[in-house]
Design a binder for this molecule. Structure first.
Ligand code: SAM
Length: 204
């Protein structure tokens, strides 16, 4: 998957995203924001904020920056934040693989359902670690390849269509953790049948 196919896929999804992926992904969004245990004045970076469905879940005294590579998804997030009067949120169209923030900027960084969409997950994680403060909290919510061999084979097959689907289904959790040298605090199965995972890591 490359940058152009991601932008095109999410241009197609923008108008239907909330109906198709809104409810199914929502427990993961709620659980992550809950587990972030945000304190007054915390700065949070939401990477791949999409249509902004998680934004109303944050306490109002937290500053949130939502970035996304898709202007179409982000324009939906702006409409939602205006509708809900969210004054603590700012947006930027930006690539998670080349973040436009200085080192050690955010108390917490979260990327929900993004790791299997970005073309290069290692650069994506390196950028997240760079902009997160030392010992800050990093959360990934994602589907990782299944432990059952038959399901895994099917997921590999689906990956042939990832440029159309707009996501891959074959990201290995073990490889994701080891290649990115994540200091994992907790891994929680999430959403339907625990098919997705929430990975809470502490920045080095
Ligand atoms: C499956 S959606 C998840 C949206 C949202 N986090 C949610 O909970 O519904 C993936 C999002 O990641 C964004 N994305 C993909 N690659 C990106 C990149 N390199 N930089 C920033 N955002 C990216 C897509 O545009 C899309 O909005």
């Amino acid at each position: 998957m490359d940058r152009t196919s991601v932008i095109n896929a999410y241009k197609r999804y923008a108008n239907i995203y909330d109906h198709v992926f809104g409810w199914i992904f929502h427990p993961g969004r709620m659980r992550s924001v809950e587990q972030m245990r945000c304190q007054t004045g915390d700065s949070v970076l939401e990477v791949g904020a999409g249509t902004g469905l998680s934004l109303p879940l944050y306490p109002p005294d937290v500053v949130i920056i939502g970035i996304d590579i898709s202007p179409h998804m982000l324009s939906k997030a702006k409409i939602l934040s205006e509708r809900d009067g969210l004054e603590n949120v700012a947006f930027a169209v930006a690539d998670a693989q080349l973040l436009c923030f200085p080192d050690n900027t955010f108390d917490k960084v979260v990327a929900m359902y993004v790791a299997s969409v970005v073309p290069d997950p290692q650069t994506f994680v390196a950028e997240i670690k760079r902009v997160c403060k030392p010992h800050g909290d990093i959360f990934f919510v994602n589907h990782f390849s299944h432990t059952n061999i038959w399901v895994r084979q099917f997921e590999r097959f689906l990956t042939l269509f990832s440029h159309i689907l707009g996501f891959r289904t074959d990201l290995s959790l073990d490889a994701f953790i080891s290649q990115n040298q994540l200091i994992v605090k907790e891994i929680t199965p999430i959403n339907l049948f625990g098919y997705w995972s929430m990975v809470h890591a502490i920045n080095d």
